[in-house]
Design a protein around this ligand. Structure first.
Ligand SMILES: [Zn+2]
Ligand SMILES: [Zn+2]
Length: 306
């Protein structure tokens, strides 16, 4: 599972930092979290096709998080996209979609399904779930959490011992469906090991440090938290509904996450070491995102006996 930071600036982009967007690549799908201006160009440089984006999750409706959507959708149309696109976002997302459809003369051959989210479960699939929680910004902002549902390990030798042959029966049992062999029913629990932890990734969007993000990110493998200001600018951060690097690190420590990556950096700070050092004093497993940085995220299976 790979996370690519397509843009890491706050309100204003710079030579080195584009507006906010994060791509999450899971088997068979690409998700975009926020879609700031210029995101489709960043995707081209990163080698991620917008045609593979199945779902977009928008944290809030500030321009630096949404102004890439119109161009992205129009390019998808020009390229002949047929597959539907799902867009999830806070209240106001339907009006945003309607406005986008009036921008410029274009037609689309694919459907866009817009989903208004206020918090809680966003979607539940066989292999993963996405949940959300309102955070604490100057406008309504959603933090999102991706959680992989990892099936218990399949005990192949045990299944063969019980008289099963490799094939569709293995898949059925792995999905929790009993299978008949002769006059005996094999139950899934007979051939499945202990449950395994899947990958958990949480993204804060723009926010003050808050309990709802701590709860959502609890024991995540990766927390991506905004860090608009450096330590010493707590007043500015509080006034504008943002966090400092140290505050983001405190959230990571409280949530007991494995790794923290800071993003949404003010372009006034040229030296990221200052931000990094302040955060690492509180939470050593911290990095600062750069544009086009990709990280692989794996689940911590150390607690599993299977
Ligand atoms: Zn922002
Ligand atoms: Zn904002």
């Amino acid at each position: 599972m790979e996370v690519t930071f397509l843009g890491t600036s706050s309100a204003v982009p710079s030579k080195n930092r584009n507006h906010t967007s994060i791509a999450l690549r899971i088997p068979g799908e690409v998700f975009l979290f926020d879609c700031g201006e210029g995101t489709q160009r960043q995707m081209a440089i990163a080698g991620i096709s917008p045609m593979k984006v199945t779902r977009m999750f928008i944290t809030h409706l500030h321009g630096d998080h949404i102004l890439g959507i119109p161009g992205m959708i129009q390019s998808m149309g020009f390229r002949g996209r047929q597959e539907p696109l799902e867009i999830y976002g806070p209240p106001g997302i339907h009006e945003l979609h309607e406005s986008i459809m009036k921008l410029g003369y274009f037609t689309l051959d694919f459907d866009i399904h817009v989903h208004e989210v206020k918090g809680g479960t966003v979607l539940e699939e066989e292999d993963y779930r996405i949940t959300s929680a309102p955070a604490s910004h100057s406008v309504f902002n959603l933090a999102y959490c991706f959680e992989e549902k990892k099936r218990p390990r399949f005990l192949r030798e045990k299944a063969i011992e019980l008289g099963l042959k490799p094939g569709p029966a293995f898949g059925k049992l792995h999905r929790g469906i009993p299978v008949r062999v002769g006059d005996r029913i094999i139950k899934p629990e007979e051939v499945l090991g202990s449950p395994r932890r899947g990958v958990k990734i949480c993204y804060s969007g723009d926010t003050r440090p808050c309990e709802s993000v701590i709860d959502l990110a609890r024991e995540a493998d990766l927390l991506i938290h905004e860090s608009t200001f450096e330590a010493g600018s707590e007043d500015k951060a509080a006034e504008s509904g943002h966090s400092t690097a140290r505050e983001a690190a405190e959230v990571a420590a409280s949530a007991c996450v494995r790794r923290l990556i800071l993003t949404h950096l003010s372009t006034r700070y040229k030296r990221t070491e200052v931000i990094l050092n302040a955060a690492r004093e509180v939470f050593p497993e911290t990095d600062v995102a750069d544009d086009l940085m990709t990280v692989e995220v794996k689940a911590d299976d150390s607690g599993s006996s299977a």
